[in-house]
Design a protein around this ligand. Sequence first.
Ligand SMILES: Cc1cc2nc3c(=O)[nH]c(=O)nc-3n(C[C@H](O)[C@H](O)[C@H](O)COP(=O)(O)O)c2cc1C
Length: 386
Amino acid sequence: AKSHGETRDCEQPDPMSLDALFQPLQLGGLTLPNRVIMAPLTRARATPGNVPTALMAQYYAQRADCGLIVSEATAVDPLGMGWYRVPGLWTSDMVEGWAHVTGAVHSAGGKIFAQLWHMGRLVLPDYIGGAQPLGPSPIAGEGQTFAPPPPDYVGGFLPMKAYVVPREMTHGDIAHAVEAYGTGAANALVAGFDGVEIHAANGYLIDQFLQSNANHRSDAYGGDLAGRSRLLREVLEAVTAAVGPGRVGIRISPTSARKGMGDENPDALADAVAALAQEFGIAYMHLIEPIASGFMERPDNPVIERIRAIFRGVVIQNGSFDAPAANACIAAGKADAVSFGRPYIANPDLVMRMRGGHPLAVADMDHAYVGDACGYTDYPLFAGSV
Ligand SMILES: Cc1cc2nc3c(=O)[nH]c(=O)nc-3n(C[C@H](O)[C@H](O)[C@H](O)COP(=O)(O)O)c2cc1C
């Protein structure tokens, strides 16, 4: 058995060369210059009113030489927003703030998709005026999350509170959420994003509908896989109608048990989502599988090959990769690209470091989710770089 944090065991056809990782890749209408994807990373540097900042533009522009940036999770609706200083995409101020970010990334030669987010049952009532959060069924997520700051807050770690039992969403609530995804996608294009990624991973709203232990509904949005994936189907309809399928990706984590998630049959779930993605002809599927320590356990039965067999678009794999493992995974044909999350915190020049075989800087996780420039935009380039 391998411990967490080790890289996954793809075949290693040529460990000395990283050729596969640095080949261009066609993704929808875009040609990515390499197959290093920046994974979405919530960093909580927006304003308290959820508007993207100039500091965020600087941060993303520093990382623009990867194949594609997927933005941090971005709330599409106030009822789906439950994290202090994360960005949103539902007001004109937010769109304008994001336009500065996408402009800075494009000026630096990069490409960026917006990750569209609704937290569902993982929203604390504190963020929504004391109301009960929304979920498929009255079942609380497991664990706790950051509460909003107290009045005397001067920075640093926020207090934590346990997740609460959500209110079972009515059909009206579901229709509202679907519409918010469609509007969020349209707003993303207005803000200059190259496309959008539907966040259906990590125990948030869409994942809550998909996975059997969070969805006990007996109506058309629960029960069998056709029912549990109905919300995702409707979100795909709304989002592809707004921006076109070639600008859409979806992120999933069907084998994750974090935050009280779990599915009776992750293989069948992966097949069903891959079939939906194929039906809508979207650009990519982004799979979190093994095994970021602190994020997910290594799954007993990885699903990437099942997805590959059903979905003909681009497949991006994620989870504790380093450059040789990512290259080997792509060279073996298991994925088309690999995304890197934690390595991007401390290495704005990750592509250059991996190309040159240089060591990676280690992230200061105390500033992962809180702070301003410190631990965010102040990581230096590799000392040997020009
Ligand atoms: C600080 C931090 C913030 C994250 N925020 C998001 C997010 O907004 N959306 C998402 O889908 N995943 C998020 N993740 C998960 C990462 O995208 C990624 O799946 C995870 O870090 C494993 O990849 P890695 O081993 O390359 O770090 C976050 C992870 C970290 C460490």
